[in-house]
Write a protein that binds this ligand. Sequence first.
Ligand SMILES: Cc1ncc(COP(=O)(O)O)c(C=O)c1O
Length: 380
Amino acid sequence: MFAKRTEEVEPFLAMEVMERGMAMSRAGTSIVQLGVGEPDFDAPPPAVLAAIDSLRSGQTHYTDSRGIFALREAIASECEARRGVSVSPDQVVVTSGTSPAILLCLNLLVDPGDEVILATPHYPCYPNMIAVCGGKSVLVPTGPEDGFLIDPAKVRAVVTPRTRAIFLASPANPTGAVQPRAVVEELSSLGVPILSDEIYDGLTYDDAEVTSPLGFTEDCYVLDGFSKRYAMTGFRLGYVIAPKPAMRALQSLQQSFFISTSQFVQQAGLAALFEGAEHVERMRQEYAARRRLLVDGLRNLGLSIPIDPPGAFYVLVDMRHFERDSLTLAFDILEHAHVAVGPGRDFGKVAEGFLRFSFATAREQIEEGIARLSKTLPKL
Ligand SMILES: Cc1ncc(COP(=O)(O)O)c(C=O)c1O
């Protein structure tokens, strides 16, 4: 017997399509991967060198559970530079990825039976982690017709005495939506802690501007990391910037759950913050070109993409006219076109019938994927 709460943890279907695709690759079929949310770039060279130097000099030990001071200081400075809000290094906990940062904050805020509000389509891990804490996800739908923007009135309408947090993800996975300043300001004024997942901040196009709720409310937990912006997924490095009164409890949770983040990985993060900006900008420009290629290519196939995604590296495409559920459609496309894409169902009921295409993959792959889809989609 396993604990009841594990029954509420849904499988990540994009991974299942990807894994089937990998098995087909091993059997000799060439598969175009447009399903995964992982940059195909190498990590910034200064980060790699810093990790090697750190390992060579014997930095293989536990650190302060909150992270090495120099990194917390650099994260606090970057926060001021990027979000225009001054925070203390004592408000930072460095974690092994953004995922543990989310888990720490949910454990901090959510008791069994409590509610957490999130806009949907949503990142699939949020409801899973909320469920593991015994909480209930309260979903507020957004749609393609209004660019997946959140209507704060709809959020206000579902706030109850049991509401413990509102998730805000801007830019968002899987829609790429960037929430306007007025929406962020209004959500920040509801008197509920904001969990602001800013992992895709910096990956924006066409002058889209990301607003952090940290500028409007002190009751804000910024969740961020190095996976996407710095293409450092495998380093496992993230952090939370939290309100001062929360720090003691967060520190205790971090000590018990994870002890500390790897020392040499933290040194890599420090180097990325100090020396990675140029590398990040080069990647962003390449994503912008890939986005153009993917969005135009899909539109030329007659698919409806209401807005060019202003951020992140995903396009959520309405495929409801194919009249089958998104998992079946994703497997059909994999089988017949040899292109792996993400089933919308991963991201909530409102995204059923949609597919998520990622442009975190090379231009040649995107071109090849579109060419394959142009031959196969008419037959489906
Ligand atoms: C919105 C969002 N938050 C968090 C994460 C987790 O990232 P990390 O690799 O830092 O744990 C992801 C990864 O895909 C994501 O899309």
